[in-house]
Design a protein around this ligand. Structure first.
Ligand code: OXD
Ligand code: MN
Length: 592
């Protein structure tokens, strides 16, 4: 039975059902009973497997098709009327042409299947920050994931209006040649076909909360960013919030859930996670920036997660979690991934489902779990979840942080001179490829604000939107910093310990925000005096190590300016003059 009388919703569902021709339509009310029933159905068909219910209550394992294990940027499109509005960093096709192409792929795609109707909310239902969507899908896996990642069901259906985001997903035959993840920002519409992998099919996440929302945010004067949000609580109980953007594989989830070094814990400092991936940010009534996490769960990368690197994430996955493409330990019906511990199970199935034969693993890269294997876990499981997680107003942002993976160029931390210089720093964000990934090592990929694959409109306009937000904020703008946890020594070893010790760097930022510590003015921004980075209890780090981590090689920076210029030239004329001016000023300061 339909959960709403809203004509716009019902007409659209009728239209999509007429095209995809499902045998039946089922509305998702979000109740425990319905979820349990769907889990049982998916177990019966082998779509998911029930794991050891004593060790991992309400946890399940799912395997995607082997050719369907990651987001597909080359098959992701922004279809707006004018190509220049999508800009050169997005794939584009004329909307009418794309609708016609997709219609062929969707026609009859749900024959013999069930279409599930998922009313969902990004953000607390009823809050002024929240936005609503409906995802239609023929995958129970998608339904179960959406119920973890977003707020789903009757309460959403009751408040949904005419401006909901329409999402249609059909697995079809998972044909990679006909896989499309398409956004029509001008129509509030997302269409995904021929994939079953999370990032392509959980339409609330990257598709809505970043690509469509970034477009809406620009038109409506707010921001959708690829940022974690965390709160640092002082012993006196005061909490300050930071929002931070990092490209993939730079430890966003780890930073969002960090455990403070022992001496901070003993003194009463605490860190709270508000979000690990996406922040929706607006100017509040007080004129400051306020951020909220529109999601309801974590879709985290499993490999590398362990008791040491991120105990909070590991504990988050111990109940009500769906694991995708990890290895299956058949001895105790649990899961395993590289980096969980040093004991890969021998009586096990690889992520592909193939039985392990001794130590001979056949999956690509000789990995038992896929490198992009995932856990989908409810945020409420997280031991360090902020009590503001469900605050409809979000949290006030004291500082914004950009970061990348740079072996030599970027220092451990620096502060931008002001908001516009900070926007420049974000636009210049980059990461170097690692040996862990296929292809050349050390190649710099420019990933402005970590939004390159997620901006639903022209990147030059996106930079312009950041500049405009700064104009609105004036002196209430948060301070902007840049960090790099990944400086290496001559043997290629990381110098900075990272993980919980990153708190030491966050503490310097907070002191800067409060005006409690001086800094050195350099051509690239304000750098800490080395003595001001707290290294108490760090055996391998001396004052000289910190000095090294804070060193800036002007030649490398000038080379990096060329990289930024190339990016700006690629984006073209919509790059704001202010950013070109920032680049020129940086070059001049470096050349002096
Ligand atoms: C993610 C990503 O899955 O950024 O969060 O790719
Ligand atoms: Mn992400």
């Amino acid at each position: 039975m339909a959960l709403t009388n809203n004509k716009a919703v019902l007409n659209w569902i009728d239209e999509m059902a007429a095209m995809t021709q499902p045998d039946q339509i089922v509305w998702i009310d979000g109740s425990d009973a319905q979820i349990e029933d769907l889990r049982a159905q998916a177990c019966a068909t082998g779509e998911i497997e029930k794991l050891n219910q004593e060790l991992l209550p309400d946890c399940y394992l799912h395997r995607t098709a082997v050719n369907d294990v990651a987001r597909v940027e080359d098959r992701t499109f922004i279809c707006c009327r004018k190509q220049e509005d999508a800009g050169p960093t997005n794939n584009w096709m004329d909307p009418q042409e794309m609708y016609a192409k997709l219609k062929k792929l969707y026609t009859g795609a749900m024959k013999g299947r069930t279409m599930y109707v998922i009313p969902y909310s990004m953000g607390v239902v009823g809050s002024p920050f929240a936005k609503y969507g409906i995802e239609l899908t023929d995958s129970i896996y998608v339904v179960l994931n959406m119920c973890i990642m977003t707020r789903v069901g009757t309460a959403v259906a009751e408040v949904i209006g005419d401006d909901f985001v329409k999402g249609l997903h059909a697995k079809a035959d998972l044909d990679p040649e006909n896989r499309y993840i398409v956004h029509f920002p001008e129509d509030n519409t997302i269409m995904s076909v021929n994939s079953g992998y999370g990032g392509n099919v959980l339409l609330g996440k990257k598709c809505f909360a970043l690509r469509i929302a970034s477009y809406l945010g620009r038109n409506q004067g707010w921001m959708a960013e690829h940022m974690l949000i965390l709160g640092i609580q002082s012993p006196a109980g005061e909490v300050r919030y930071l929002a931070a953007a990092f490209p993939s594989a730079c430890g966003k989830t780890n930073l969002a859930m960090l455990i403070p070094p022992e001496h901070y814990r003993k003194a009463g400092w605490k860190v709270w996670c508000v979000g690990d991936d996406i922040a929706w940010i607006r100017v509040g009534e007080d004129g400051r920036l306020w951020a909220m996490n529109p999601e309801y769960g974590f879709f985290g990368v499993a490999p590398g997660t362990n008791e040491k690197s991120n105990p909070n994430a590991l504990h988050t996955t111990m109940k009500n979690t769906i694991f995708t493409n990890v290895a299956h330990n058949l001895d105790n019906n649990t899961v395993w991934w590289e980096g969980l511990d040093k004991n890969p199970p021998e009586n096990a199935e690889e992520w592909t489902g193939k039985k392990v034969n001794g130590k001979e693993w056949v999956a690509e890269g000789n990995k038992l779990a896929h490198p992009n294997s995932r856990f989908t876990a409810p945020a409420v499981n997280c031991p360090c979840l902020s009590k503001e997680f469900n605050n409809p107003n979000g949290v006030p942002v004291t500082a914004m942080v950009f970061g990348g993976r740079r072996a030599k160029t970027a220092p451990l931390v620096f502060q931008s001179f002001d908001w516009n210089h900070g926007v420049y720093v974000g636009s210049a964000m980059a990461s170097e490829t690692t040996a862990a990934a296929a292809g050349a090592v050390g190649v710099v990929r420019r990933d402005p604000m970590a939004m390159r694959p997620f901006t639903g409109y022209n990147m030059g306009d996106y930079f312009g939107h950041w500049i405009e937000m700064g104009e609105k904020l004036g002196d209430k703008a948060p301070k902007i910093f840049h960090v790099n946890w990944f400086r290496t020594d001559d043997e290629g070893h990381f110098i900075w310990p990272g993980f919980g010790d990153n708190m030491r760097v966050l503490m310097w930022m907070l002191k800067r925000c409060k005006g409690e510590v001086d800094a050195v003015e350099t051509p690239i921004g304000y750098l800490p005096n080395a003595e001001d980075i707290d290294i108490t209890g760090l055996d391998d780090i001396t004052l000289d190590t910190v000095k090294g981590l804070l060193s800036v090689d002007k030649d490398l920076w000038l080379e990096d300016c060329d990289g930024v210029e190339a990016l700006y030239n690629e984006i073209g004329e919509r790059v704001p003059a202010e950013l070109r001016h920032q680049l020129a000023a940086l070059r001049e300061r470096l050349s002096k």
